[in-house]
Every structure is written in structure tokens, then in C-alpha cells.
Write a new protein. Sequence first.
Lengths: 407, 407
Amino acid sequence: MRRPGGVRASAARRVLDLLRAEGTLSRVELAELTGLTAATITNTVRPLIADGLVRESGRDERPGRGQPRRLLRLAADAWHAVGIQVDRTTTTIVVLDFAGVRVAGASLPGTGGRGPEETVRALAAHVDALLDRAGVPRERVLGAALATHGPQDLERGMLLTAQPGPAWLEYPLTAALAERLGVPVLLENDASAAAFGEFWAGSPPTDTFGLIYMASGIGGGVIVDGEVYRGRASNAVEIGHVALAGGRAPCVCGGSGCAQAEAGPQAVVAKALADAGLAERLAVRGEPDGTLADFDRIARAWRAGDRDAAAMLERSARWIGRAAVTLVNLFDLDTVVLAGPAFTVTGTLYREHVAAELERRALSRALRRPQVLVSSNVDSAAAVGGALHVLRTMRIGAPRLADRGRA
Amino acid sequence: MRRPGGVRASAARRVLDLLRAEGTLSRVELAELTGLTAATITNTVRPLIADGLVRESGRDERPGRGQPRRLLRLAADAWHAVGIQVDRTTTTIVVLDFAGVRVAGASLPGTGGRGPEETVRALAAHVDALLDRAGVPRERVLGAALATHGPQDLERGMLLTAQPGPAWLEYPLTAALAERLGVPVLLENDASAAAFGEFWAGSPPTDTFGLIYMASGIGGGVIVDGEVYRGRASNAVEIGHVALAGGRAPCVCGGSGCAQAEAGPQAVVAKALADAGLAERLAVRGEPDGTLADFDRIARAWRAGDRDAAAMLERSARWIGRAAVTLVNLFDLDTVVLAGPAFTVTGTLYREHVAAELERRALSRALRRPQVLVSSNVDSAAAVGGALHVLRTMRIGAPRLADRGRA
DNA sequence: GGCCAATTATTAACCTGTTAAATTTAAGGT
DNA sequence: ACCTTAAATTTAACAGGTTAATAATTGGCC
């Protein structure tokens, strides 16, 4: 697995990436891992230390002759980044320090039926409170990332869809939030952000994998050689709208038989609601903004042994498995990660059924056994990924590093 | 559209790419197109001329003041490359000069039931004959590319499937062919090669598009920012095995409802054969290695106004359209190119139906109107793409350029 | 305590590809 | 003939990397 970004990333970026991933490394180890020479590492690390991004912290105490290796680690308090995952039914905010460690976090209700202005105001207030509580001064915040569903226009920082309501279409989300927070804000696809987060903060066994993100809807992300697959305009991997054999449920996208319409949380909850007795027994309420809460009730019923709940979830999982087969065949993957709040309770169940479908149907099954993993960070993966993206790509304002941390 | 390869390709490679694409350019134009400075262009071009890869040829005669621009072009006879597309039912061989112009070509029957050894022997004989006829000396041949169906192991140069027969599985194809031809041989996926060829030799309006390749089977290729999407091990975009809503035909891959099994040429021919009267009228014979010949007979009947032929082809085209929708939604594309011998006659019909499906169902349809094009090189796109790949990526043996033409 | 060997870190010299600025070359226009 | 303009080239400097030599720090050994 090639941890550092593309082969061509600058030495400084690769050093920072490696330190973030591994926590603490000596110069010699950095040289080995990057393939650069020890001299280059010395020259790369020096300004990073001078600019306060990296610190020497102790030494490698393994016994042996010679000068002991001096250990390096990121200066955790040098910078911070905020990751915000927003959805109709859930919101997750995390604050990471420069080393990628979470120093604060919160889970909140989603946007519900509220408009973008009100949402932005509420988000900014929560972020402000979190930063205060964690004692992070504003000028040490590199930026924030807003991870949400697509399609989006990343350049302009706005959604290109009327979901969850018409006021959201082309509302200048990142501009509004940036003004309130006083730091730059990036927009990102939630599933891609989760994939990115899983790659840098989780422990996938490979640098090329797909991720299925399930919150209110279903999204997908693909990481190839450690980089996010973006396609023409970063609206790739709309796995929620793969039309599946046998499907016919109408979908918000205008089509029918989409994975999301057949097997997403809303579809599962709707199915439970269709049987009044069942809905009653599982305590499913059917409130418009309570889809994930209802889904969680069904999930807990399954865990408590309810057969009907199990049947509904298994049906959904098999559908998702079919979508995963298409994902894997088209993108040439052998690893799929599941992330998103819908998998908090049901991760193991979906893992099992998606794996079964892949083992039955993926084209590459004979060459390499398909792997399905539940994210190590199921419900905050997208927020963490967004914050990490900020840490990794935003230009650092430190004097001599203005151009050193660049993309 | 960013014509030159990735942003990071070396100056020399980008200059060669641009000259190959445009035919003839001045230094000033090269500087504009690459974004490099005039000084860099001068310094890059000088050794290319010294090594005989580039020549000055006349000047830009547009009237005006100042020193006239001197035009540069590739030295066409400096090197050559061979592209070979092989399939169960067809083979196409092309020889390109260093400028990417076809100097020889041949269409032959496919592998049929023959084994790999016999096929390699026959291919080598044909290539030898073509090179002789075109007067290309062997030491001016940079290499050859073998474009065929997946899954493949590019490193080892062998197929990872028992198609078309068990002897092909893990037979050292490129090694055997390289030994017979006396030049290095690359293995490639036919659809990816066609996409690559379409990008460099055709005229797609964008540098990010998908391609559907239909010969005996159906394959897919995706070009993103001018580079082939390869996935984990270059076996990506198996669009022939996307399971479509409503499908149930059993497929060679072990699944059912795959696009290839429902809508590929074999499926269309099988459908014609199922009706004895129809088969008789269309002169469809059903010989195992004559699928494309039969498909062509159906296509010509359609063109002659046969309603039943039209219905069969239209049904196939709509299926392909559904697969294209999934391709476009997952890879975030807005352009799809059709290539491969099956589209020689039927290109316009498929183009129309695939476009209709995309306009009805692609998620991005509201943002950008989907485009469907028939390749400018329908039946030789894969062979041409393979040869171009050789020209673009193989190290050139010229003394000072040993490392200059590198990847 | 002092020296040696091993290991790590740094320095110096150099190489490649790049840019910015100055210079040379070749046509027109007058 | 001479000036103006545009194109092409040369030059110097720099950025980021390399290798080779040098310096620094330690454990083990006498």
C-alpha cells in the first residue's frame, strides 16, 4: 500500500502525510517510507520544524549502537480543521488537531425541513461552541469542510439539487458558512469524504477501494491509489441510483428501481410502516425527518431477535450487495467499506450480505477474494474525512510554508 | 480540454503528444498549449531534433511582422508501432508511424476455436507481412500492443480467463508474441485501448468520457482527464457484466441478466436463430465463430428496412443504453463513445437509443446534456489505441533519449 | 576514562527542469 | 538604410532533488 499521496506529491506533503498516518517516525523511517534520501528528509523537515508544524519528541529507545533516531511528530496544536457532515436527518461535527486527532465532536439532528440560511446559522453556532469548549483559538483553524450529498459544484460551493428543499439549490453554502465562521470552507461529497477519511484515519488493507455511504440516502466513493476518484466534476459514484434487476420503486431522481429507492433507509422504514401492526411493534413512527431514528429502531429490533425486522434489513442488504457488485466490476475493486450512520447498528449484518453477494457475483471473485469492511468510524467518517482533507490540502499560512504545503 | 497527459508529464512527452495530436506546431504554440515558457520549449525541442524525433518543416506563412514561427512536426519515419486487436470473431492489425499515421492495416478472422500458440504464430506472420509490405525495417519498430478482452494480467502479459478456450488461461501471450516478432509487446484491454485511441486519434469534445466497445462481447473504457482509468489492476469497467433490471439470461461470467448476455451480438444472433423463418430470411447461420458476420447480416437487413431486424437491434440498443446510464452515473461522465466492429453498420441506431436512455435517466441530464458519439474509427479504434499507447509510453532507444521518453 | 564501530544527521557539490530577463534573428514598414 | 515588431534563443538563477563526504552521538570494549 502506497500511503503517501500520488508519486508526485512534494516531499514536504508526503512527510506530513506519513507523520499524520503513523503518529511518530524517525527521519530514517521517513526516508525508507518515502523512498527519498536521508539528506532530502533532513532538508524537508528543517523548515517544517522552523515553521512549527513538526516537532522532535524523544528518541527511538531500541537498544543498539550509534546515534539513536530522533522521533518526529506533528505539532498537534499548530493547526486545526473542522469537518461537518450534514444530512436531512443527522449532523456530525468534528474538530481535528493538526495530527488528525479528534479534539471535539458533536452529533446533532439534521437539516430537517429547514432552509439553508437557518442551517448555516445553526451550524456556525455549534462550531463556535465546539471550538470554544475545546480551547481552539480561531486563528489556529485552517478551515472547515462541509460534507453532504451530491450533486454539487465544488468550485462555487453549492448544491446542484433541490434536495432537501428548493431553497438549497444553488444557495452559496460555503460562502455563507465561511463568512460566519471566519475561516475558508470546502464543499465535499459525503461519501467521497468518508472514503478519504477511512483511508487516512481508518485501516483499510489497500489503497484502492470503494465505499458505500448510507445515511438518509445512499452514496458511493472510490479511492484509487490513495486518491479520490472524482470524474468530470466530482459528482461520481452515484451508487444510490444504480438501477437493480427486479426493482421498480420510483426514485427522487425521476427513475425507478434505484438502489436507494429499493433498499435505502427510507425504503426500509416505508416497508415497516406499510404493515400497521409491524410499525406498532417496532415503534416506527414515520416522521419525515426521523428516518434514521426509525431505521435504528428496526435495527435494534433485529438485534433483539425480531424476525420481521431481520427480513427487512436482509432484503435491503442483498440489494446493496447487488449495487456493490456493479461498483466493484466497473471500478475494478476488491475491497468495499461500509460507512454512514445507517450502519451504526446494522454494520455487521450488511457486511455479511454484501460480502456474500460479492463472493457470488463479482467478476474478480476467482482472482482475489472480495473484502467487505465496516468503517472504523461508521458515523463520523465523512466529517473526519472532510477535516482531514482540509488539513492535507489547504495552504498553510506560515511564512516560509506558504507554498510548501501546496497541492 | 487538457490534451497533454497528466499535469506532471515531462516537457518532452507533452511536446511529442501535442505534435502527434496536432500534426504541426510552432514553438510559440507549443508554449501556449503546454503552459511552459518559450525557453523550456526551446530547450526541450533541441535534443528531440538532435535525436531525430522532431523536424523543422517550413514556417508559418501567415503574414505579419517579426520572425516567422518555424513549424515543427514529428519525424514520421523515426519509429513505428503495431496495434493488434484480437477477438474470437475478428482481428485488426494496424501499423502506425511515429506521427500516429496509419501506414498499413489488415482485417482478419478472429481466433475462432484455435489455441493461443497457433494464434500467436498466425498474428506474427501477418504482422511480418504487413511490415514488409509497408517497408518498415524491424529495428524502427518500437513495439506492439495486443488489445483483447479482460480480465488480464498486464504485468505478466496473460489472460486471466479461460475465454475463448481453456488453453488461453495464463498462456504467456506477450512473451510468445514478442519472441516471434523481435519487439516488445504490451497487453491491453480492448475497450480501454479503444478509448485511448479515440482520445488521441479521434475527436471527442472532452478529455473525460466513457466508451462502450462491442465486438463478440461488450467491454467498457473510461478516460478521465486524458488518462485511462485503470482501477486496482487494469481490469476496470466491465460494463458487459452490469446486471440490468428485467434481465435473466445466463452469462458466461456465472451471473445472469448481464448486459452482454441480454444485448450483446451473440444474444441478438441467438434471438434471430430462435425463429427459424426469421433466421432463414436474414441469412443468419449460427456458426460459432461467425457471430459478428451474422450480426452484420441482421444489421444490413435493418438498413434494408426489415422490421424484425430493427426490433431486435433496438431492443439491444435500449439495454446498452441502460448500462450506459449506470456507467455515466458511477463515473460522472457526460460523453459516451461507441466503438468496436459491432457498431460498423449499426452505430447510428445504437447512438440514437443510447442517447435517448441517457437523456431520460442519467442523473446529470439536467446539468449537462449527455452526448453519445460513434467512434471516428469504429472498427480499428482498439488497434490504433494500442499502437498509440506503444508510441506514447515505450522508452525510446535513441542515445540521449533513453530516459527522456519515459513514463 | 578513552577509543572504536555503528548509526544517524548534516553539509557540500552537483544535476535536471524550470522561469524571467536579456539578446539575437528575421521580416515588414517607412 | 533604418526602425519596429515578433519569434526564437541564450543566459543566469532557482527549486527540488540526488550522491558523497563529513559531523555528531551513542554503546561496547579495553
